[in-house]
Ligand binder design. Structure first.
Ligand SMILES: Cc1ncc(COP(=O)(O)O)c(C=O)c1O
Length: 302
């Protein structure tokens, strides 16, 4: 594991560090968060890679069977979010990583929208690298992100930002032929952002004490209750549909969402309104009564 100040930096370190060759194909998805788009665009331009973007369905769900057929010889890296930020669409990482292995592609995953609320096993997922950050379900502050490697791919990667810690720390004698350290710390060039680690260390302790499977169960039930209630009021649920194993991100559209957003703000209900829909994100510390309060604020569509 290596820490970074934000996910953009972590993804950039991965994208710039991988040993790509000219014309290598990188497959990604059209609804990625910008921090997982621009680093790849920059590297694709600089290294003359080809970026191929898979198109989601209009409701932001993804035809994974079709996606898997696009992982073919010639693809060098597959870059996607485990859980998409727009509507919580959740990728079947196990199948995707198996397809990547068959064609010799790396699987690079932005896992920020699932870590802390859904069980995740890096080895079982088969992802080569995951990038994450602490200010979502891990309940930390912004300013702390990380990358984690399933295996030792980092040994083949160049640390594009170099500092004392890339080479073992300030006490290690500077020589002309020094090699970067043989751990993921080669990507932590300088001093760490300790201030951002303190709150997330406390919240991770709480998450571990309760257990992520239990947190996933509780938040999943709350999200499903929300989804069913909102669907029953005539709105269109985006992303994965009710009843499928998915993240607790609930996103819907149609109706007077701007008015609804103002009402939710007035009642101090955290949410996000974007052009594609309104998103709610119940965590395990929320209660059924709170979900019902939110549902009561949402008018049925006429
Ligand atoms: C999927 C996803 N990736 C990354 C980020 C954050 O990126 P950064 O740490 O670069 O701001 C977010 C949201 O903050 C996100 O939803």
């Amino acid at each position: 594991v290596a820490f970074a100040p934000n996910l953009s930096t972590a993804v950039s370190l991965v994208a710039w560090g991988l040993p790509f060759h000219q014309r290598d194909l990188v497959l990604t998805i059209d609804q990625e968060f910008p921090s997982n788009v621009y680093p790849w665009r920059a590297v694709a331009t600089a290294k003359n890679l080809r970026l191929e973007t898979f198109t989601s369905r209009p409701d932001l769900s993804i035809d994974w069977d079709h996606f898997l057929t696009r992982i073919r010889p010639g693809i060098r890296a597959v870059v996607l979010s485990w859980v998409q930020y727009k509507a919580g669409t959740t990728a079947p990482l196990h199948e995707i990583s198996a397809a990547c292995r068959r064609v010799g592609a790396w699987l690079i995953v932005d896992a920020i929208q699932g870590l802390g609320v859904m069980p995740f096993d890096l080895v079982a997922s088969g992802a080569d690298v995951i990038c994450g950050g602490t200010h979502k379900w891990l309940c930390g502050f912004t300013g702390q992100a990380f990358m984690a490697f399933r295996d030792d791919l980092f040994l083949e990667m160049t640390p594009v930002i170099a500092g004392a810690r890339t080479y073992g720390g300030p006490e290690v004698k500077v020589t002309a032929d020094k090699e970067p350290v043989a751990t993921a710390s080669r990507f932590e060039a300088g001093s760490a952002t300790h201030l951002a680690s303190i709150p997330v260390a406390a919240s991770v302790e709480v998450l571990i004490r309760h257990g992520i499977p239990e947190i996933g169960r509780v938040s999943g039930e709350l999200a499903d209750r929300l989804r069913r209630g909102i669907h029953g009021k005539g709105y269109t649920i985006l992303g994965d549909q009710p009843g499928t194993p998915t993240s607790p991100l609930v996103c819907f559209r149609d109706g007077l969402l701007r008015d609804l957003s103002e009402k939710l703000t007035e009642h101090r209900v955290s949410h996000v309104l974007r052009e594609h829909g309104l998103r709610l994100s119940p965590h395990a510390f929320n209660t059924t009564a709170e979900v019902d309060q939110v549902l009561a604020l949402i008018p049925p569509r006429g």
